[in-house]
Design a protein around this ligand. Structure first.
Ligand SMILES: [Zn+2]
Length: 1007
């Protein structure tokens, strides 16, 4: 997403001038009701000026980060919202705030704006002690429109009872409107939190926070404990809003090249002028330090993917150490460095102590240094362990920390970590400004100096100096906060077969308590409310008060880039060069053809190979030495599967391996040496290392199902349609997860055999077709090309990768419908359905199908699946694979009503009364959000290099989308999506709990 290249003076001349005028702002001067309290700059991030202001009437705090060459402008307003109980008050308020405001009394203005804007980001997030509403947009008119909507939403939301019952919780009949059907508890956040805590590791992270910081706000579940949510009322919500969402309690950040004056003026005139000062919410107090460590045990549901490697080893143990004051920016920085020394990569202290010996499967997700809470903390968790190992793990951890304290750290390791931080700060991400704002707000919320938070290089320099004068500085820090710190929590978690059942019983107890107190008139009121809510949800909402962009606000052409193509070496390897303002960082990518790999190796071993190959070491360097080298001169070596369908020809696809890495320009030669070493001298001999990596990967991917279940469901459905889909599933779908589990449970001998297979695979790779690309600053292209040729390409035997595409077979006959239910012990389901349309990206019908998907998502599925069905999300999407897919996310109706909603989608599209030309235009705009999304300099041109889509093709697609009309949608819906008229090639996959609602056409697969 996000920003424009440098030096576009023509287009941004006006803004540049106004920034210049702003540079005249003096501390103490006044602008639009604000007093300027600080004017400075941060040259390393090209922020000039950085301005802090305070609103005179209310005390609202404001920080502006001006960056002349970035038009992906960002804005965020945040409030201190410290919960006093576990009803999920701040989280539900965040949802209901987005359900309409005084000036924009539209149900769900945010969702509506998703279709009327070019925003590169729109969202709202609740944290343990603050709530933030951020957005970004590269279009100035859009930015101001969104600004008005965001400000009105947070300062003047309607907070209606009905919205509370929809988003928070409500009692209603299972069949809405039928007084004879049983009463149930429903609500968006209620379901969301049940879904969230279905993941044992998410539950553990919450419990860890609550027990480590038990005396104030962190003791409570900020997102909402599902069983506590039904205690909350709409009035509680309104009281909390009045107290917290007030300008006096607000911190605001803006970023980019749009004029600050206009933003401040809008803020003052539309909102702040009408408020007076009130006492802001107090900062969270520091936690009182313990004099003794504590220990807590919790239970969870068994592993969602069934008995993993070892049914005895299903427990997790975590140790958390309370550290320093989050407002101390430098100390927090040094603790981050320390935590990298302890946890980052295979040479770190705790990796060597806990992961290498195979004590558990891998680090648990709660392994990190947390700097967002008022007191920072360090936490390390190990998952896939047995209960009887608990004491041993604690001892091993403590001893490893003591030994590091006494022996000290390798200076090369410290150097490597500081290098990683430097390259991380320099590498421009797609949403640079937004990420910066979100990075600053948590510590600023506690009272840290936000400008100091931006100054990474000052902190690096200070630490280097400190280490010169005080070589044991980091060891002393380790001693203070970890070795000699009594404020340590050990939290353990083990599965309990009865865990889910207990939750179900507790929920039905709450339900029956609620129901038993209802007299007849109260029951009538429940019925009345649910019918009212349903009516409201069915009612087409009048969005005329919302602003919108129109087709004429779109850029006439896509963002341009220059691509120089050349061929290198004796084998004439194709190389694409994209000169871009990359901030001193070189971005390298290469594609390797997989067509020489035999099918058995491809299917069984390539996914594993991709997961481990860069971490096994080489013949020259063992994996630790190799990892250190990677960290000293790159941002990491990436290897993954890259599968893409031909943009114009149906039935053709590219199956390849993508190598990618970035480095500071000066390190390009060294980075090329590393790739060369990896390709020419790979080493797959270290069985223990492979076992470690396999265990860790299996644990990691299994953790992801609860978060990305809809993607897994769509991948799985598509895998039964085409070869390309089937390969994608093997590389990254449910099949990948189960295969990783199989590898993780292998005996020694099988593992040795696996090593041989990986070695065999690696020796095919340097005979595989190769093509490369480089994104680098214009002044560096010549030297980058020389290094690429001399240090990599001239030494590789690989031929050129020219014939890229191969046949993409249809696996399933038209008219057969394959439906699979993958049973996993999750509380709610994820449904995916894919239809193979055979329509490639540049086919005339592709744009119309893409618009149809967006129309369905916004106008039909959102109200049916999310608002009425209680799912957290849903959608329909046409993608470049030629598959038209539907999905639902954390969906309590995934096995009941949602399949019918998907079935009825085509009929809905075929009824022209359901939408008008303006809805089609909205769908097009939201497609343009993606098509014209700002791109980071290091990623520009990748649609050409990776997908074969050049600027001319992209422009053709843009034109095709712009010209889609209602008739086109009707036509493609009849031709490709209507199963009554056509034998569709279609597959559905449901991931979720056992269900008795599915008919016999579903194949049920366990685990
Ligand atoms: Zn939420």
């Amino acid at each position: 997403m996000w920003r424009l290249p440098g030096r576009h003076l023509g287009r941004f001349g006006r803004q540049l001038r106004s920034q210049h005028a702003l540079a005249g702002l003096k501390e103490g001067s006044e602008v639009e009701g604000f007093e300027v309290t600080q004017v400075t700059r941060v040259p390393e991030l090209f922020l000039d000026p950085v301005v802090r202001l305070e609103h005179k009437g209310t005390g609202a705090q404001y920080l502006h980060l001006a960056r002349a060459d970035d038009n992906n402008n960002a804005f965020a307003v945040a409030f201190r919202t410290s919960p006093r109980d576990s009803t999920g008050l701040p989280h539900i308020l965040e949802h209901v705030t987005l359900c309409g405001s005084k000036r924009y009394p539209v149900r769900d203005p945010f969702f509506k704006m998703l279709n009327r804007s070019l925003a590169s980001f729109m969202n709202a997030m609740t944290g343990p002690d603050f709530t933030v509403y951020p957005f970004s947009s590269p279009n100035q008119k859009d930015f101001h429109q969104l600004l008005s909507i965001y400000l009105d939403a947070v300062f003047k939301p309607l907070l209606r009872d009905m919205d509370f019952s929809q988003e928070g919780w409500r009692l209603e009949h299972e069949v809405v409107g039928d007084p004879n059907s049983p009463l149930v508890l429903r609500g968006v956040v209620f379901n969301e939190m049940k879904g969230c805590f279905a993941d044992p590791q998410a539950r553990l992270q919450q419990d860890l926070l609550s027990h480590l910081l038990p005396s104030d706000t962190y003791a409570h579940v900020f997102g909402g404990e599902p069983l506590c949510i039904p205690a909350l009322t709409a009035q509680d919500l309104r009281n909390f809003h009045a107290q917290c969402y007030h300008p006096s309690n607000a911190r605001i950040v803006s970023y980019g090249n749009f004029p600050l004056g206009e933003t401040l003026q809008r803020l003052q005139e539309e909102q702040l002028a009408g408020f007076t000062k009130q006492t802001p919410v107090a900062s969270v107090p520091r936690e009182k330090r313990w004099t003794e460590p504590k220990r807590v045990h919790v239970t969870c549901t068994p592993d969602p993917l069934g008995a993993a490697t070892n049914p005895e080893k299903q427990s997790t143990l975590a140790m958390a150490y309370l550290c320093g004051d989050a407002t101390n920016v430098y100390e927090t920085f040094t603790l981050q460095v320390l935590s990298e020394l302890l946890l980052g990569g295979p040479t770190s202290v705790l990796h060597r102590a806990l992961i290498e010996p195979g004590i558990g499967d891998g680090f648990a997700p709660c392994t990190y240094f947390e700097a967002q809470t008022r007191d920072t903390f360090f936490s390390v968790g190990l998952q896939g362990v047995a209960e009887k190992q608990f004491d041993e793990i604690q001892d091993v951890t403590k001893n490893a920390l003591l030994s590091a304290r006494d022996k000290g750290f390798d200076s090369e390791h410290i150097k490597a970590i500081l290098h990683s931080m430097e390259i991380g700060a320099k590498t421009q991400s797609a949403n640079f400004g937004l990420n910066m704002a979100l990075g600053i707000l948590p510590s600023w919320n506690h009272g840290a100096d936000p400008v100091e938070c931006l100054n990474l290089s000052a902190n690096v320099a200070r630490l280097r100096k400190q280490l010169e004068n005080e070589p044991k500085f980091l060891q002393n820090l380790l001693d203070q906060y970890l070795c000699s710190n009594p404020h340590v929590l050990t939290i353990t978690m083990s599965p309990d077969e009865g865990h889910s059942e207990k939750l179900v019983q507790a929920e039905s107890k709450i339900l029956s308590d609620k129901v038993s107190v209802l007299d007849d008139s109260a029951k009538d009121r429940v019925l009345e409310l649910e019918i009212g809510l349903q009516k409201e949800q069915m009612k087409p909402s009048d969005t005329s008060c919302l602003p919108t962009l129109s087709m004429s606000d779109l850029n006439p052409e896509p963002q341009k880039y220059i691509c120089n193509k050349t061929k290198m070496g004796k084998k004439e390897i194709p190389v694409h060069i994209f000169p871009q303002p990359t901030n001193g960082v070189t971005h390298f990518r290469a594609l390797l053809d997989t067509s020489r790999i035999n099918p058995q190796l491809r299917d069984t071993y390539l996914p594993l190979f991709l997961a481990v190959a860069t971490r096994m070491g080489t013949k020259k360097n063992d994996y630790r030495q190799f990892d250190r080298k990677i960290q000293l001169c790159t941002s990491g070596l990436g290897m993954g599967s890259h599968i893409i369908e031909h943009p114009t020809l149906n039935g053709q696809f590219l199956d390849s391996i993508l190598l990618s890495s970035n480095c500071l320009d000066r390190n390009l030669g060294k980075m090329m040496d590393l790739w060369k070493e990896l390709l020419l001298e790979p080493s797959f001999t270290d069985r223990e290392r492979l076992e470690t990596l396999v265990r860790a990967t299996a644990a990691e991917v299994a953790n992801g199902v609860a978060y990305g279940g809809h993607r897994y469901a769509m991948l799985n459905a598509s895998s039964r349609l085409t070869t390309a889909g089937s390969n994608r599933e093997k590389d990254s779908g449910l099949t990948f997860i189960s295969q990783m589990k199989q590898f993780a449970s292998m005996e020694k001998e099988e593992m040795e055999n696996t090593l041989n297979k990986l070695q065999e695979l690696s020796s095919i790779l340097y005979e595989s077709g190769l093509r490369c690309s480089v994104n680098v600053s214009p002044g560096e292209t010549d030297s980058a090309l020389k290094q690429l040729e001399s240090d990599l390409i001239s030494s590789l035997p690989n031929p050129a990768f020219n014939n890229m595409y191969r046949k993409n077979e249809l696996i399933q006959d038209a008219g057969t419908k394959s439906s699979q239910h993958h049973v996993l012990p999750l509380p709610v389901g994820y449904l995916g359905r894919s239809i193979a349309t055979g329509v490639p990206y540049l086919h005339p019908d592709f744009a119309s199908l893409r618009v149809a998907g967006q129309l369905l998502s916004a106008q039909y599925l959102h109200s049916e699946v999310r608002e009425r069905g209680g799912a957290y999300g849903s959608g329909a999407v046409m993608n470049a694979s030629g598959n038209f897919s539907y999905y639902s996310y954390r969906d309590p109706e995934a096995s009941r009503n949602t399949p019918n909603v998907f079935n009825n989608s085509a009929s809905w599209l075929l009824n022209p009364d359901n939408y008008k030309a303006e809805h089609v235009d909205e769908a097009k705009l939201s497609i343009f959000q993606k098509v014209d999304a700002p791109t980071a300099p290091g990623d520009r041109g990748m649609s050409l290099f990776l997908s074969g889509v050049d600027l001319e093709m992209l422009q053709r697609h843009r034109q095709a989308v712009k010209s889609v009309r209602v008739e086109d949608v009707l036509r493609v819906a009849a031709k490709y999506l209507d199963q009554r008229e056509n034998p569709l090639t279609m597959a559905s996959s449901l991931i979720g709990p056992p269900s008795s609602d599915l008919d016999d056409s579903w194949e049920v697969l366990n685990g």
